[in-house]
Design a protein around this ligand. Structure first.
Ligand SMILES: Cc1ncc(COP(=O)(O)O)c(C=O)c1O
Length: 405
C-alpha cells in the first residue's frame, strides 16, 4: 500500500464488496433452491428475532441483511470522505426494470407522503376545481389534498367505495358516478391500506384520460408485492414507498411522473436547477444535501428482490395471504373485512366481542407485531405477511386469534 489514500480506497472497496459478495452467494443459493428449500434460506437473511412474528409490512418492511449492510457501507464511505457510491442512472434503470417505466420519469423522495405532496402542491388547482378520492385513503395520500383544498379552495370529495370495499367493479362505479365536469383530479390507492383490495386503477386511469382528468395513484404498496406495469397503466403520477414490500431502508420513496408533466409540475422544494426544464423529472431530485445511503439500500433491496425472483416473491406472499385468510375465515367469531380474491398483501378482520386494539395488545404480549386500522373508526385488525413469514407462524397466530373471547 503506497499511501493512506490508497489504503482508504481499498478498505472501503473491500467493505462494499463484502455485502455484494454475500448477496451474490445468496443469489446462487436461492436460484438453486427448490420451493421447499428456498423459504428457510430466505428467512436467514433477516434480522427479525427467531421468536418474533412480524406481520406489519403494510407499514414498514423488515430489511434483509444485504440492505442494512449496503446502508452501513455507504455511510462508512461518506465518513471516510470517499466519493459517494450511488450511481443514480443505474438505480433508475434497475427501478424502471421492476416497474416497467421510463427511467427518466423517476424521482426518489423520502416516501409516498412526500411524493403525493410533491404532486398536490405542484398542480395549479383553484376554487371551483374538484378532487375526487375515496374513504379508504391513507393520510399519506389524503392530507396533501386536504391542504390544497383548504389553501386553494378546490373541493375535496371522499367517495364511499363499499363498507368494507371488496368489489373492484363497485369501487369503479362509485368513482365513475362521482365525476363531474369540475373534476380535475382523481387520486386513489392502487392497493387499499385498510384491507388490501386491489383497486381497478387501469379502468380509473383510462376514464380519467378520456375525460381530461389528472390521475394520481397512491401506489405505496405494489412495488415488491405485485406486478406493476407503468407503461401499461400510464397514470399521470404514481407515488410509492419501497420501504414497504420491496424491503428498502425506511425513508425511501418513489414518484413516477408521466412525460407530459415533467416540465410542467411545480417543484415544492426549489433548489439549484428547479427551473431548468431540460432536467425533466430529475428537477425533483434536487433537494439539497441528501442521505444517499438510503438509495444505496434501495439498490441492494432491488438486487435482493431479483435474487429471489419477482414471480416467486409475488406467488409466495399471495399463498401466505390466502392461507391466513382461509384459516381465519373458518373461526366462528371472526368477520373478514378483506376480499379473498382481488386482494394483495394485507388482510383485515375483526373478532366479535374483542376490540381490535385489545386483540393487538394480546398478540403483542406473544411477540406478534400487527396493525389496527383505527382510521375512519373502522377498527379492523390488519395482518401483512412477507417472504420471511412461515406457515407455522401463521398457524400460531390463527390459533391465538381463535382462542380470544
Ligand atoms: C396506501 C398508503 N399510502 C400512503 C402511505 C404513507 O406511506 P409513507 O409513510 O411511506 O409515506 C401508506 C402507509 O402505510 C399507505 O398504506
Amino acid at each position: 500500500m503506497h499511501n493512506r489514500r490508497e489504503f482508504l480506497h481499498a478498505a472501503a472497496g473491500a467493505a462494499a464488496l463484502l455485502w455484494s459478495r454475500d448477496l451474490a452467494a445468496f443469489t446462487r443459493a436461492a436460484r438453486a433452491a427448490n420451493d421447499q428449500e428456498i423459504w428457510p434460506l430466505v428467512r436467514e437473511q433477516f434480522l427479525i428475532p427467531r421468536d418474533r412474528i412480524y406481520l406489519n409490512v403494510g407499514t414498514l418492511g423488515a430489511q434483509p441483511r444485504a440492505v442494512v449492510d449496503a446502508v452501513i457501507e455507504h455511510t462508512r464511505r461518506v465518513a471516510m470522505s470517499l466519493p459517494p457510491g450511488v450511481d443514480w442512472d443505474a438505480l433508475k434503470m434497475r427501478t424502471a426494470a421492476l416497474l416497467n417505466c421510463d427511467p427518466a420519469g423517476l424521482v426518489y423522495p423520502r416516501n409516498t407522503t412526500e411524493a403525493m405532496n410533491f404532486v398536490a402542491n405542484g398542480l395549479d388547482l383553484k376554487t371551483g376545481d374538484e378532487i375526487i378520492t375515496t374513504t379508504h385513503e391513507h393520510i399519506g395520500g389524503l392530507c396533501c389534498w386536504q391542504l390544497v383544498s383548504k389553501r386553494r379552495g378546490a373541493a375535496l370529495r371522499q367517495v364511499s367505495i363499499g363498507d368494507p370495499p371488496t368489489d373492484p367493479d363497485a369501487a369503479f362505479e362509485a368513482i365513475h358516478r362521482a365525476i363531474t365536469p369540475r373534476t380535475k383530479v382523481v387520486s386513489v390507492s392502487h392497493v387499499n391500506f385498510t384491507n388490501g383490495l386491489v383497486m381497478p386503477v387501469d379502468r380509473i386511469v383510462n376514464l380519467c384520460r378520456e375525460r381530461g382528468i389528472i390521475s394520481v395513484i397512491d401506489g405505496a404498496h405494489p412495488p415488491g408485492l405485485m406486478r406493476v406495469d407503468l407503461r401499461a397503466l400510464d397514470p399521470d403520477f404514481y407515488a410509492s414507498s419501497p420501504h414497504k414490500w420491496l424491503l428498502a431502508p425506511q425513508g425511501t420513496g418513489l414518484l413516477y411522473i408521466r412525460e407530459n408533466w415533467r416540465d410542467r409540475l411545480w417543484p415544492t422544494l426549489a433548489s439549484g436547477g428547479w427551473d431548468d426544464l431540460s432536467l425533466g423529472a430529475h428537477r425533483f431530485n434536487h433537494l439539497g444535501t441528501l442521505d444517499e445511503s438510503r438509495l444505496a439500500g434501495l439498490d441492494a433491496a432491488l438486487r435482493f428482490h431479483e435474487a429471489i425472483g419477482h414471480d416467486r416473491i409475488v406467488a409466495r406472499i399471495a399463498t401466505l395471504r390466502r392461507s391466513l385468510h382461509e384459516q381465519l375465515a373458518e373461526l366462528p367469531r371472526v368477520r373478514m373485512t378483506s376480499p379473498l380474491e382481488n386482494g394483495a398483501g394485507m388482510l383485515s378482520f375483526r373478532v366479535e366481542g374483542v376490540p381490535s386494539l385489545e386483540l393487538q395488545k394480546r398478540l403483542a404480549e406473544r411477540n406478534m407485531r400487527t396493525r389496527v386500522i383505527s382510521e375512519y373508526d373502522y377498527g379492523w385488525m390488519r395482518l401483512s405477511p412477507h417472504v420471511y413469514t412461515s406457515e407455522e407462524e401463521i398457524g400460531r397466530v390463527v390459533k391465538l386469534v381463535g382462542e380470544q373471547r
